[in-house]
Design a binder for this molecule. Structure first.
Ligand SMILES: [Zn+2]
Ligand SMILES: [Zn+2]
Length: 342
């Protein structure tokens, strides 16, 4: 099994994006997009999946965003394979246009980007009643076939913006042991052997992502609340935590102590799952399936006054893993770090 050792490389430098832009990350795919764009749709998993990040406009042509799809072909794709795949896509655009009695203008050519050796990537362009500017590539490192396009109004002049979005796209993270997740101002990373569990909650005021380590009961949750001052209403962090966590308070035994996270006052909780609730509902069925129950519990909670947000990261593991939650905390950026004076 792929376990993360304590000798991991240091966390990556905080994400820096141009002013007015932000980093979005999903299933290991990351891209810079304008601030106003948000995750609008997603599907699949790290192997085969897709996301759409857009400006949320619903008035006809004003919708603009980027669509990204990925899959993992069984074998490496040649330049000819890529061209063929892209031709199939552009043919479908053409057919769609004809159905609407419109004509399509499509183009594609090998992409010259210094990140890709020429001939393993292609750029393309299509125009019907909307316009798409995209690229397709097969990555030798992560094995993903990626197709990404920025789509907007046919008359829109967004060539420059599309280029900036597409050029910022990364199909895998620099550190293969960690996978970045960035959305709604939440920027975190979890070990790559943890996969998204269940349906995430994605709201401006509340984001919750849950991850499980494949084939085990190990679980990590990352939560972010907006408008911290309203949420806290003079309650101390520990009271607030107990209230938010009330559903499982009775099945947890933990000690909490004050600590500092990213310069803010924080609480660190360490303990175990306990009691009939947990044993009855989950642990016994897990034991009968010969899975070790995840009884070791750790949590970190902090308030970031700079961004007016509260962060809660919790881990449940089969084996004592006291640094897991802290390593995720290190990689969870709550406020922009000022540029170091040189
Ligand atoms: Zn890649
Ligand atoms: Zn902060």
């Amino acid at each position: 099994m792929n376990t993360i050792s304590e000798t991991d490389a240091a966390p990556q430098a905080p994400i820096r994006t141009p002013k007015g832009w932000k980093r979005v990350g999903w299933q290991g795919v990351t891209a810079n997009t304008p601030d106003a764009w948000n995750l609008a749709a997603y599907g699949g998993d790290a192997r085969v999946g897709n996301i759409r990040i857009d400006n949320g406009e619903t008035a006809g042509n004003a919708v603009m965003g980027v669509e990204i799809r990925w899959s993992r072909p069984k074998k490496a794709l040649s330049a000819a394979d890529l061209e063929k795949r892209l031709d199939q896509y552009l043919t479908s655009v053409d057919k769609g246009a004809k159905k609407q009695k419109l004509s399509a203008d499509t183009k594609s050519k090998p992409l010259e980007d210094r990140r890709f050796p020429v001939r393993t990537a292609r750029s393309f362009h299509w125009r019907v009643d909307r316009k798409g500017v995209g690229r397709i590539w097969h990555c030798a490192e992560c094995g993903r076939l990626m197709i990404a396009q920025v789509v907007g109004a046919a008359k829109g002049d967004f060539q420059h913006l599309a280029h900036d979005v597409l050029a910022s796209l990364e199909c895998h993270s620099a550190d293969p042991a960690w996978r970045p997740w960035s959305l709604y101002d939440l920027h975190t990373e979890v070990p790559a052997d943890f996969t998204l569990k269940g349906k995430p909650q994605l709201l401006n005021i509340y984001v919750q992502l849950a991850f499980e380590r494949a084939g085990t009961t190990d679980l990590v949750t990352v939560e972010q609340w907006g408008v911290a001052s309203v949420q806290l209403r003079n309650a101390y962090l520990d009271e607030w935590f107990q209230e938010k966590n009330s559903a499982q308070e009775s099945s947890l035994r933990y000690q909490s102590e004050e600590t500092t996270i990213h310069g803010h006052t924080a609480l660190a909780m360490t303990g175990r799952r306990w009691g009939l609730t947990y044993w009855g509902a989950q642990a016994i069925p897990q034991l009968t399936r010969l899975q070790l129950p995840a009884i070791h519990y750790a949590a970190r909670i902090w308030e970031c006054p700079e961004t007016n947000k509260i962060f809660l990261i919790q881990s449940y593991t089969r084996r004592l893993d006291p640094t897991l939650v802290d390593r995720i905390v290190e990689r969870t950026v709550c406020h922009p770090v000022p540029e170091e004076a040189s």
